[in-house]
Design a protein around this ligand. Structure first.
Ligand code: BES
Ligand code: MN
Ligand code: ZN
Length: 538
């Protein structure tokens, strides 16, 4: 059976100064027209360059681009990022939003980032998301994107890409297991550029869709119930998804191969489960590679792929287990990002490695006190079977290191402690190389995904000293939990520049908000793609 993908919002683009073209691109009746608004010291102001014609022609009689500042003040609309003010036309003043009642939605884009009127990519994503959320129950949403708010850093293509990402991600809904699916939301989204060239509109739309599709793949995999997304099914879904993608190949190791390859961490975690483990290796070879010092840079991504984390014999509480199908978010992110490299013209080599297993308390499960031997020969005493992520990553990172790449980046829903430290929106960022740390930080900022650096202090290495093995898989109770996990990972990357993202918080959202939907977020996919697109000489 094919892995069920959620339907993505349809997207098109048009020239906002040509109302017929906008209507054409929409295809269906227009439900809402989004007009970007800046937050200024003098109050909210419509972004310069929004052609009144498009709003009047598709937005219905009596509607224009003029913002009623009195009404805005009354409603507390300041033009802050993601804020909206809906104005329904005369014809339909009594009606609710819908295809037959086109409305103008003033969408806040926040303060300009410089002395001009330009705003950043994150603001554009959130503005598009706000329009989608304010939109009708059917029909199209049109967002006017004037050149005035496009800055030099983001660029026209990047701005279009950002709004497309924002719209598609906000419209994402995981309904494959709902029989009663009320539907809802706009059916189509049109970027109506004003003063943007058609190349930027077309290319930005294409790239935005590619990125959003990758993020939504990761969300679909995370949201799928754990007994339908077993390691075996995960591997099949990955094979299906990568099939036919230019430059992308996949290798799946079964239990026998995993044993032959001596992946003792992965096998140790898998022992308690009736489902066999898998190891996924996805490779991307660029068709038009860059060379740095005579070689093509190679980045290896490693993703934690626990398809369900019960805690093993160190069993979690019922409450603590509820969201643990999310524990393969790292694996989903590295798969999704690597598969999208071709669409985005990534010019470096990429390999994704995802050790994948359930963590269950079966009769053959690893017991607290057991010692596992990782592929590189190092031994880990398992004192808490719920600290399983680092065990499978130890093998994954060893494999990554053997490839002698230029960089290793791992993504893992690794510790509850990281959620305590940084909350649900920000990933912990650790690393062995300041250059790589800087690159990942910058990429995450451009991608609009929160990361924050945490230290790897030498003096805390003793927290994972074991009495009988090379190290133990837990640190000191109640102290630096995210750090001690990262310190263990650091033991498996030798001298290769390495970054670890602890995504335990942001991998999941507990609300529908902005570009996020309740459930898996696909966190990390955009950061990785931003990084890989810009990786190379600079
Ligand atoms: N998958 C969990 C971490 C996690 C917790 C992710 C909450 C998302 C939300 C991980 O395998 C785990 O259980 N870690 C333990 C480690 C501890 C036993 C040292 C934790 O954080 O409690
Ligand atoms: Mn665990
Ligand atoms: Zn886990």
């Amino acid at each position: 059976m094919a892995f069920p993908r959620s339907e993505l919002l349809e997207v098109a683009w048009a020239d906002a100064t040509d109302p017929a073209a906008v209507a054409d691109a929409a295809g269906v009746a227009v439900a809402v027209v989004g007009v970007p608004v800046l937050e200024t010291p003098d109050g909210p102001a419509v972004a310069p360059g929004v052609p009144a014609t498009v709003v009047v022609s598709v937005g219905g009689d009596g509607l224009g681009t003029a913002l009623d500042t009195t009404r805005a003040r009354q409603r507390g609309f300041k033009g802050k990022v993601g804020q909206t003010m809906v104005v329904v036309g005369e014809r339909s003043a009594q009606g609710s939003l819908g295809a037959e009642a086109p409305a103008v939605v003033f969408v806040g884009c926040g303060r300009a980032t410089d002395s001009d009127d330009a705003v950043g990519a994150t603001a554009l994503r959130r503005a598009a998301a706000a329009l989608v959320r304010a939109g009708g129950k059917s029909g199209a949403g049109v967002l006017v994107l004037p050149a005035s708010i496009v800055g030099e850093v983001v660029g026209s293509r990047g701005a279009v890409q950002a709004v497309v990402e924002g719209a598609v991600l906000a419209a994402y809904r995981f309904v494959s297991h709902k029989r009663d699916n009320e539907g809802g939301g706009i059916e189509r989204f049109v970027v109506a550029g004003a003063g943007l060239d058609t190349g930027a509109l077309a290319e930005g739309t294409r790239r935005g869709l590619a990125v959003a599709d990758a993020v939504c793949l990761a969300r679909d995999l995370v949201n799928e119930p754990p007994s339908s997304l077993t390691p075996t099914r995960f591997a099949e879904a990955a094979e299906e998804h990568t099939d036919g993608r230019p430059g992308v190949t996949i290798e799946v190791w079964d239990e026998q191969r995993i044993t032959d390859e001596r992946l003792g961490g992965l096998l140790g975690v898998a022992r308690g489960s009736a489902e066999p483990p898998r190891l996924l290796k996805i490779a991307y070879e660029p068709s038009d590679p860059v060379t740095v010092d005579g070689r093509v840079p190679h980045v290896v991504l490693v993703g934690k792929g626990i398809t369900f984390d019960s805690g093993g014999l160190s069993l979690k509480t019922p409450e603590g287990m509820i969201t643990m199908k999310t524990d393969m978010s790292g694996a989903a992110a590295v798969l999704a990002a690597t598969s999208a490299c071709g669409d985005l013209g990534v010019r470096v080599r990429v390999t994704a490695i995802a050790p994948t297993t359930e963590n269950m308390p079966g009769g053959r499960a690893t017991k607290p006190g057991d010692v596992l031997t990782i592929r590189n020969g190092r031994t880990i005493e398992v004192l808490n079977t719920d600290a399983e992520g680092r065990l499978v990553l130890a093998d994954g990172l060893t494999l990554a290191t053997e490839l002698e790449p230029d960089a290793i980046i791992d993504l893992a829903t690794l510790t509850g402690a990281c959620v305590v430290a940084l909350g649900m929106s920000i990933a912990g960022l650790f690393g062995s190389d300041d250059g790589l740390i800087g690159r990942v930080r910058a990429a995450s900022e451009r991608a609009g995904e929160g990361t924050w650096p945490l230290p790897l202090p030498e003096e805390y290495r003793s927290h994972i000293d074991s009495e009988i093995a090379d190290m133990k898989n837990v640190g000191k109770g109640g102290q630096a939990g995210a750090i001690s996990a990262a310190l263990l990972l650091a033991e498996f990357v030798e001298e290769v520049p390495w970054v670890h993202l602890d995504i335990a918080g942001p991998a999941r959202s507990d609300e529908d908000n902005g570009i996020l939907a309740k459930g898996g977020t696909g966190f990390g996919v955009r950061t990785l793609l931003e990084l890989l697109e810009h990786y190379g000489p600079d």
